[in-house]
Write a new protein. Sequence first.
Length: 275
Amino acid sequence: MPELSRFDGGAPIDWDAVWRAFEADGGLIVERFIAPPLLARLQADFAPLISAHPPGSTTEGLWTTFHGDRTKRITGLPNHSDAWVELLCDPRYQEMGDRYLGAGDYWLNTGQLICIGPGESPQMLHRDELNWPHATREEEITVTAIFALTDFTEENGATVIAPGSNHWDGVLPPVPEGAACRATMPAGSALLYSGKVIHGGGANTTRDQWRVGLHAGFCRGWLRAEENFQLTVSLETAKRLPERVQHLLGFRSYHPEFGGRLGLVDYDDAARLLG
Ligand SMILES: O=C(O)CCC(=O)C(=O)O
């Protein structure tokens, strides 16, 4: 059974080794990534949202299955948690985006709670980059972190991931028996992974445990992000956010090194609305 490399974020880390593991295996786990006080604030901020939110999605067909009918997915989180805004500015998390997508050249693709409930079946394995099937290329177009807000166990739905599948040929090749493992990790850990690695939410075989992950990826600035933050985060809220988060959520425009500018307001940077 393959395994992901593990690092201890509570101690000094060799970040070069982290990125080597990212590139070789397509993913790795950093335990103790989130310090206990910040973890406690995230859990407290999100607890009322989680209890008020129903499981399942309202879109018919494939997406209902893909999203899971016993899974709660909750978006629009910058409205509800300063702790989440703080985590969005974490320099280690930023380094993943800067390194693989280019500094300042990406959006937050989505920042959603994925709460896998008792009895949920395994999610279809996939590559995140297939959100944009016409845009895939050798370089990364999306990279993601799943922050564990509860322990992730084999029983409660720890992410299934096939280490090394970021190098496999084909659009979505089948995962041979024994080629995938589970990203089991204690609360406070981060699974960092490539948009090319094959993975999916695991089955939750428990009777009463919810697996709560904060699934937060970046995508290149010339791609349309999965979550529409401009319709869920008000301009008033955006004005109070750190500049990096304003940019990540699309309240500032995208200026590629070559080519035009994207996401403009009145043919100027959207930031002019922020005052
Ligand atoms: O929740 C997880 O462990 C993975 C979910 C995922 O990959 C997705 O919904 O795209």
